[in-house]
Design a protein around this ligand. Structure first.
Ligand code: TXA
Ligand code: MG
Length: 340
């Protein structure tokens, strides 16, 4: 089960000074949403510290993108390979445009989908202030303007771009609640800004616009169909190129501790069932009884976290259609079962 966070002031209301004294079991300050805490989080970022914060997709582990030490700290805290570059978050399009070159397609997509769950890989400007470590040796940068009031307020208050990969240990399931961050990461982060559950629940869609052929690197919160309606057909990178375009798209990723079995019709003895649709008596969890892929995406990681218990021998997942957000859901499920 997802465990709730322990609090020093367990039954106190969450406003006022009591909110400042909340800490997780690992002793990490848990900052509830208020002005004082936002200032506190922004100060931590400005001083080179790390704050996990909510976005509309998943929680990110944020650090000042212009600070080499902060970026190194993010790789360290996640156990993330240094060759895997980070997404840089900005408060608005104008500040993103100071770091990367926008082409026509990027401008069109930013107009339609920003703020939102779309990350664009673009060429770095020569005077780009973002740490080279965040790009992991590439001449490009992945940029996004998130659509979450707390994320936006934090970016404004810290007044710097914020590098933020998902706030989980490398290879594990992404966090859609503050409690997931607390479970997944060690005590080497400085605070968790708690904004409740993430509305979309799946990471952003990543597309590479730095070459002549726009390429989908990672399906995510904005569907391929919606992007193609704006800029036409996308190429799809399956990561099999000699030099993968998106170094982070390792085959095995998003993995629970216990095995997953896909396209299951029913659970075997000892297995948990992760169902989809109405015509099942789901004993354990149902991504969406009405067969709604947006609802399924929002539930995916939280339900995987919940069913990932040693008491089950595995998780049987029913078939999810491969359209709209189903593409991103199936991408995550396939990576979770991959053995390489
Ligand atoms: O929704 C999201 O995207 C969340 C929230 C916190 O914004 N962030 C996130 O970050 O999922 P992360 O680090 O877990 O995934 C970033 C992906 C990785 O697959 C990485 O390889 C790719 O983006 N990426 C980053 N910079 C890149 C670049 N310059 N070229 C190609 N791929 C890049
Ligand atoms: Mg991630």
């Amino acid at each position: 089960m997802v465990q709730s966070l322990s609090r020093t002031e367990s039954k106190e209301p969450l406003a006022g000074p009591a909110a400042l004294s909340l800490v997780t079991r690992k002793g990490i300050p848990l900052l509830k949403e208020n002005t004082e805490n936002l200032t506190k989080a922004a100060t931590i970022i400005s001083e080179g510290g790390l704050v996990a914060f909510p976005t509309e997709t998943v929680y990110g582990l944020g650090g000042d993108a212009t600070n080499d030490d902060a970026i190194a700290g993010i790789f360290e805290a996640k156990g993330r390979p240094r060759f895997n570059p980070l997404i840089i978050h900005f408060a608005d399009v104008e500040s993103a445009a100071a770091s990367v070159f926008f082409n026509e397609q990027a401008e069109a997509l930013a107009r339609v989908f920003w703020p939102g769950a779309l990350t664009m890989v673009l060429k770095r400007r020569p005077d780009c202030p973002v740490s080279l470590l965040a790009s992991a040796g590439l001449d490009t940068l992945a940029v996004r303007v998130p659509n979450h009031p707390l994320a936006h307020a934090l970016l404004k208050a810290a007044n710097t771009p914020i590098a933020a990969p998902s706030a989980n240990r490398s290879g594990h399931i992404s966090p859609t609640m503050a409690a997931h961050v607390e479970e997944s990461l060690g005590d080497d982060i400085d605070a968790i800004l708690d904004g409740g559950p993430c509305a979309i629940g799946l990471e952003s869609t990543v597309i590479d616009l730095s070459t002549d052929s726009p390429t989908l690197l990672r399906p995510g919160g904005v569907s391929r169909e919606d992007i193609e309606a704006v800029i036409g057909p996308l190429q799809v990178s399956d990561g099999s190129e000699e030099k993968p375009r998106s170094p982070g798209m390792l085959k095995r990723h998003y993995a629970p501790m216990i095995p997953l079995r896909l396209n299951a019709e029913k659970p075997e003895p000892g297995e948990a069932l992760l169902a989809f649709g109405s015509d099942v008596s789901a004993r354990h969890a149902n991504l969406s009884r009405s067969g709604d892929l947006v609802e399924a995406a929002a539930n995916l990681f939280a339900m995987l976290h919940m069913l990932d218990q040693p008491g089950f021998k595995g998780i049987a997942v029913m078939t999810i259609p491969d359209t709209g957000l189903g593409l991103a859901i199936n991408d995550r499920l396939k990576r979770a079962v991959s053995s390489s």
